[in-house]
Design a protein around this ligand. Sequence first.
Ligand code: DGT
Ligand code: MG
Ligand code: MG
Ligand code: MG
Ligand code: MG
Length: 269
Amino acid sequence: MAKSKFEYVRCFETDDTCLRNCYIVVRLDGRNFHKFAEQHKFTKPNDNRALGLMTRSARSVMEELEDVVIAYGQSDEFSFVFKRSTTWFKRRASKLMTHVTSQFSSSYVFYWKEFFGEQPLLYPPGFDGRVVLYPSNRNLRDYLSWRQADCHINNLYNTVFWTLVQKGGLTTAQAEERLKRTLAAEKNEILFSEFSINYNTEALLHRKGTALIWEKTEETITKRMKLPNEEEEKDVNVTRSRKRVQAHHCDIIGETFWEEHPDILEDDG
Ligand code: DGT
Ligand code: MG
Ligand code: MG
Ligand code: MG
Ligand code: MG
């Protein structure tokens, strides 16, 4: 095809190919969700409808895009890890990041009703995205551990804070003052001694966040078909193995999760 004289403008595009062998992580985060949560009356400290919608949208990202091996989410954020050998979109950072973020954003709106029913979506939510590369399994696991530790720290704080307000009758200012410079052990102690709440038995979804991974499942379906040597069609059970996105609300910092799911990471080296 003949080139127009305008073709040279392509040369102004920057090369944002992600370094080979690295895991490509795209993390997205809700824009100004402090306000979004207020306006949509999210329950405090955790709103299961909102968390469910985040996870549903992340599932859509994994199902519609290629090569995401694990996704981890908490609060208004989700991280998507592309396998280190992916060649999807020639590893172009902007393509990967924008596809993840737009697929997630449109899904968030598309599935809103499934989680919030008749409560209307008051305005179009937005999400920012960023790309980070991790060259080793250790670095990638430390990244995911960092996000899960963040989930734990925030959830412990928010749980005590809102318990002091909702059950203890403190104002938000008083609760904030009460929690200033307290360590984790002291927060656990407030919950336990004043409200008989054992933090360690609080919902795993809230304490650990959500990890989505691909898992093989055996699926048995009934098919109507004609067998050889038989005249009539018959119902036959057929078992096939399918890969499905499964949600886990568990510790991903320690070894156990990774030992139980050895296919998520590729060997270093
Ligand atoms: P940003 O990300 O800089 O645009 O600003 P925000 O406001 O999104 O800040 P961020 O992402 O650091 O914090 C997430 C906010 O979302 C935080 O204010 C609490 C809110 N949020 C997230 N999940 C829930 C929930 O389940 N319930 C309630 N009530 N609020 C939530
Ligand atoms: Mg922020
Ligand atoms: Mg946010
Ligand atoms: Mg956030
Ligand atoms: Mg196009």
